[in-house]
Design a binder for this molecule. Structure first.
Ligand code: SIN
Length: 346
């Protein structure tokens, strides 16, 4: 008799628990803690990038991973591999296409090997502000560039800013473009950046971001161009005596996912990723802008490097020097992408 009552209670409790789980499943998207599942039962997104964790991209990648984990109760895990630990500059795009990793955020310059038209973004003095870049990408030329990822096995999920590039070197101050002559300059892989320096008599050399410090240290190259957050995060400024705040080129990132992986994700996970990235992208942009401004103040305060700011007139005369680079772009891709640049819309 006692056993029967005990059994009735037991079934009641199990039934109630089952009902709660079922009810919970319908009332919230992810009521269960999926962290206990094995890696093959969860959705794992390996996100590889080449910069430090204290950079705009590094910070945003971690925030994205954190929010996705919380919002999916551990069902989706974004594993972030910073500093090129997993794949270096020249390797990560190939690894993504092969499906060895699922997500990367390379600088736009680094996708020009796959889609050369993206090098329009590298044209010197093409943009004066972040807003101009965002508007360009939202317009028809930008949308055309974005659509070029379709059919390449890639899904583009957004753009993150880093900042505008500055020019540093070890040998002498750069007040005008001609002073770049004969300087060996590290560049990202982009024909337009190559042309930007070679047209002035400088000697451009493609070098992976992660080993740039050693190449500057050994004197293989004399200088480089980059954003202040990148220059400081890798201590590059310690090997350079001069920096010109030229803001001559935009450095931002395209968020790319392997398209087959994306297509196989359940719809609600795609929505979760899209919504979360939208939110993180807004945060990333603000973080990037603030971080670069903060790094400039820190460099000014440290008095460890000679800083020269181009005036608005100097920017205008520098921009004129780069007409051959624009002509080179037009020879290859016509005028469509160039004409849509804000400087030709004013
Ligand atoms: C990055 O910001 O991802 C690296 C940029 C560079 O290679 O200079």
């Amino acid at each position: 008799m006692y056993l029967k009552i005990y059994d009735q209670w037991r079934f009641l409790i199990i039934g109630l628990a089952f009902f709660l789980v079922l009810f919970g499943c319908q009332s919230a998207n992810y009521p269960i803690d999926f962290e206990q599942l094995g890696e093959d039962e969860r959705i794992v997104i390996r996100f590889s990038h080449v910069v430090g964790e204290d950079t705009p991209k590094g910070l945003a990648a971690r925030r994205f991973a954190q929010l996705i984990k919380e919002r999916s109760n551990g069902l989706v895990e974004v594993q972030v591999f910073p500093n090129g630990f997993l794949y270096k500059d020249g390797e990560e795009l190939e690894a993504l296409l092969q499906g060895d990793i699922q997500m990367i955020a390379p600088a736009t310059s680094k996708v020009t090997s796959l889609i050369p038209e993206w090098s329009v973004i590298d044209l010197p003095f093409a943009f004066n502000s972040y807003e101009e870049v965002h508007q360009y990408l939202a317009g028809s030329a930008g949308q055309d560039l974005i659509s070029k990822f379709d059919g390449k096995g890639l899904r583009m999920l957004g753009v993150w800013d880093n900042g505008f590039k500055q020019i540093s070197n070890r040998d002498h101050p750069i007040y005008d473009p001609k002073s770049l002559q004969f300087l060996k300059m590290r560049i990202m892989p982009s024909d337009i950046i190559h042309k930007q320096f070679s047209s002035l008599g400088a000697i451009p050399r493609e070098i992976d971001f992660n080993i740039l410090f050693h190449h500057l240290e050994s004197g293989d190259v004399d200088g480089q161009e980059n954003t202040l957050s990148n220059i400081t995060s890798k201590n590059l400024y310690l090997l350079q005596n001069y920096i010109t705040i030229s803001n001559h080129g935009y450095l931002g990132y395209v968020l790319l996912m392997n398209n087959q992986f994306w297509e196989e994700l359940p719809d609600h996970i795609q929505v979760l990723i899209t919504d979360t990235l939208k939110e993180v992208s807004e945060w990333e942009r603000e973080t990037a802008h603030n971080l670069n401004a903060k790094k400039l103040k820190e460099l000014e305060a440290c008095q460890c490097i000679d800083i020269y700011h181009l005036s608005p007139e100097e920017r205008r005369s520098w921009a004129e020097e780069f007409q051959p680079v624009y002509d080179y772009f037009i020879e290859r891709f016509g005028t469509k992408y160039i004409e849509a640049l804000p400087k030709y819309q004013r």
